[in-house]
Design a protein around this ligand. Structure first.
Ligand SMILES: *[C@@H]1O[C@H](CO)[C@@H](O)[C@H](O)[C@H]1NC(C)=O
Ligand SMILES: *[C@@H]1O[C@H](CO)[C@@H](O)[C@H](O)[C@H]1NC(C)=O
Ligand SMILES: *[C@@H]1O[C@H](CO)[C@@H](O)[C@H](O)[C@H]1NC(C)=O
Ligand SMILES: *[C@@H]1O[C@H](CO)[C@@H](O)[C@H](O)[C@H]1NC(C)=O
Ligand SMILES: *[C@@H]1O[C@H](CO)[C@@H](O)[C@H](O)[C@H]1NC(C)=O
Ligand SMILES: *[C@@H]1O[C@H](CO)[C@@H](O)[C@H](O)[C@H]1NC(C)=O
Length: 612
């Protein structure tokens, strides 16, 4: 371990986004290199500009390109190899993707400049017809030969024919060491895709001839399974068992994602899985030593795996490459940082709509709480601005799922960028009229208290329903149910950096331990490169409700039941459970036509959060 003192770090025009905060110096754990090394991103969701209000994650995709290029120089100079992996959900969730028309045109141009050796699709690439078609027509060719789709087919937009989205697998040999690798690219057993794609269950895919042939290849030093699949999951367990059943001795390296957490799974002494967080907060690092190679097996022994979760900032990047502000950036990396700045400017993402008077948190404070984003949403945004003129003064209750909010709000400028990162979805509102208020409360109880009722109903009737809560919370749903009455719930392995970290100035102590990720995984507690102080997280409900009523003399008897259209199937199930006989398909109608939750939030901010 190395305790670094780094007195000055300027947010330079040479790297990172101009408006990004400088990283802070912090105590770091070194990377341990091996014969074969990996860098891994997942669930970037459009955050290729980095986090402009959080120093810990303030590097951009251009900096990541420089990092990969400098790492490759260093590693290859030692006769070792580097591979770069991305496991999907690159789209949806940030203005750099969502705010262009068509969506993703800038993002796709930025993304392509990173050299990626194995890249796969997530579920978000498949929700809409044109998003998956854009993968087929742009991303797959941009990463030709390296995009793998072991279990995804797509109806070709021109011929209609069902074709693989990308090759099922590939075999290649690394440049320096001559390590022979068979690589796959999977998506978990996802069922919420639009009908122009077909996702074959992982458990069926591995019984197919091509997979069986691929794992019977004897000239293989490593099986590499990249996928948008949680590190601990039945899907990866099934792949592991299938390969191990035949190849009892060959090392297997999995890379996964989807849950938005840092995670590491040990299947056996020769098979491990790494998941590398979310939103460009984390660059996952892995190394393997003790692999056989095409040049001989003399050094092959028990493989040794090392993992590290690198905080995405220049302080970490300089440290791990041994370079500095002058020697670190590559020409390509600089060009891409510039391209990101130009794209953000064309999309007007720095346009300021208002100024948040304080931080509002998704799960760092209990709910309800004056500093909870959900309390703000129900008591301010929904209560004050949800109103359809055609419904006059009728009282109403509005229901929104907590997963509709995707990120915290930080004190200070609320920009176009903030709008997209907190509320990237395009959901509007619907309503049914004259619902007894007490039945609405019963519906809320079913949606929130009785997690098991709603999930049982869902499994039986609508297996493809999307979760109501954020992926981070879902990854910890077991802890949450167990800890129902106990607050706070310590989600030790999903902790995030503190936006209050300020750039280090010369009068502050260097190498201070600041709050952030303190990951515990199957290999212990030393995975994070940056040594952080832990942060507590609190449970949030599946759904929140706002009572909107001109009537101050008590609760109304009957209300308009308004809800974000996303939750309609859940509300319909819960209503049935509450003994209501409502056909939501026929009896519901649009509330405030053409207004989405995002519009509502933005209008409220413009009206109430004036900058001084
Ligand atoms: C898909 O279509 C919608 C609606 O027409 C549009 O807003 C969006 O930009 C399109 N997305 C892509 C990736 O082309
Ligand atoms: C997909 O769903 C649309 C309706 O959203 C339907 O018109 C179309 O026929 C379906 N396509 C296939 C291949 O099932
Ligand atoms: C052989 O493996 C050991 C660890 O198992 C490693 O330290 C060493 O660098 C390897 N040698 C070569 C030439 O790869
Ligand atoms: C970087 O951009 C400059 C100016 O557009 C261009 O001439 C150069 O070829 C680019 N370099 C790389 C490595 O992309
Ligand atoms: C106002 O509240 C009173 C008392 O609960 C109730 O009787 C009345 O129906 C409410 N008015 C409306 C318009 O809901
Ligand atoms: C809503 O949008 C549709 C189509 O985009 C348009 O035809 C309609 O007039 C809009 N309605 C309102 C109330 O703005």
């Amino acid at each position: 371990m190395l305790w670094l003192v780094w007195p000055f770090l300027f947010p330079s025009a040479l790297a990172a986004q101009p408006s990004a905060p400088a990283p802070i110096s912090a105590p770091l754990r070194d990377l341990q290199f091996g014969q074969l090394n990996f860098l891994h991103t997942t669930d970037t969701h459009g955050w290729l500009a980095g986090h402009l209000q959080e120093p810990s994650y303030s590097a951009d995709w251009g900096d990541y390109i420089s990092f990969a290029e400098r790492m490759r120089e260093k590693i290859e100079a030692q006769g070792q190899d580097l591979l770069v992996i991305d496991t999907g959900d690159r789209v949806e969730g940030n203005g750099l993707y969502d705010s262009s028309e068509p969506k993703g045109v800038y993002l796709s141009e930025i993304l392509r400049h990173q050299h990626i050796d194995v890249i796969t699709s997530g579920n978000h690439e498949l929700y809409k017809q044109n998003t998956s078609e854009s993968e087929l027509l742009h991303t797959v060719p941009n990463f030709r030969g390296n995009y793998l789709a072991s279990n995804i087919d797509i109806h070709h937009p021109e011929t209609g024919e069902l074709v693989p989205l990308a090759p099922r697998y590939k075999k290649f040999t690394t440049k320096q060491q001559g390590i022979r690798i068979v690589a796959f690219g999977f998506l978990f057993d996802f069922t919420g895709n639009y009908n122009n794609t077909v996702v074959q269950r992982v458990e069926e895919t591995i019984k197919e001839d091509w997979f069986q042939e691929a794992i019977r290849d004897k000239e293989v030093d490593l099986f590499l399974v990249a996928g948008h699949v949680p590190a601990h999951s039945p899907e990866y367990r099934a792949i592991y068992e299938e390969i191990r059943g035949l190849r009892w001795d060959t090392p297997i390296q999995f890379f996964g994602g989807h849950q938005h957490i840092r995670d590491y799974a040990k299947y056996d002494s020769k098979a491990v899985a790494l998941a590398s967080g979310r939103f460009m907060e984390t660059v996952g690092f892995m190394s393997i030593d003790g692999l056989s190679t095409s040049k001989g097996t003399s050094n092959a022994s028990q493989p040794v795996f090392k993992r590290r979760y690198v905080d995405n900032n220049l302080f970490s990047f300089y440290h791990h490459t041994g370079l500095d502000v002058d020697s670190f950036p590559t020409e390509k990396g600089r060009n891409v940082s510039q391209l990101i700045a130009e794209s953000r400017s064309a999309l007007q993402l720095d346009q300021v709509h208002g100024c948040a008077p304080r931080d509002l948190w998704m799960s760092r404070v209990p709910y309800p709480n004056p500093d909870s984003i959900y309390t703000w949403l129900e008591t301010k945004v929904l209560a004050e601005s949800l109103k359809d003129e055609s419904r006059g003064e009728r009282p109403s209750v509005a229901i929104a799922n907590s997963g509709a909010i995707r990120f915290d709000i930080f004190q200070g400028a609320f920009t176009q960028d903030t709008t997209w990162s907190i509320s990237p979805f395009t959901n509007g509102f619907r309503y049914v009229k004259d619902v007894p208020y007490e039945k609405v409360q019963l519906i809320m109880e079913v949606l929130n208290g009785q997690t098991k009722i709603i999930s049982t109903l869902q499994d039986k009737t609508e297996p493809s329903l999307l979760p109501l809560v954020s992926p981070e919370q879902l990854a910890h749903s077991e802890d949450i149910i167990v800890d129902d009455e106990e607050l706070p719930v310590h989600w030790s392995n999903i902790e995030m950096g503190d936006p209050h970290q300020m750039p280090l100035s010369s009068n502050k102590p260097a190498g201070k331990v600041v709050p952030g990720y303190t990951t515990k995984d199957d290999a212990g507690e030393d995975g994070d490169d940056t040594i952080h102080a832990p942060i507590s997280f609190y449970k949030v409900p599946n759904c929140i409700q706002a009572l909107i009523s001109a009537n101050s003399s008590g609760v109304p008897e009957k209300v308009d039941l308004i809800y974000i259209e996303f939750v309609q199937p859940y509300v319909a199930l819960a209503a049935k459970f509450a003994g209501l006989d409502i056909d939501f398909a026929k009896e519901s109608d649009v509330y405030m036509p053409n207004i989405t939750l995002t519009d509502l939030i933005l209008d409220w901010v413009k009206k109430h959060w004036k900058c001084e």
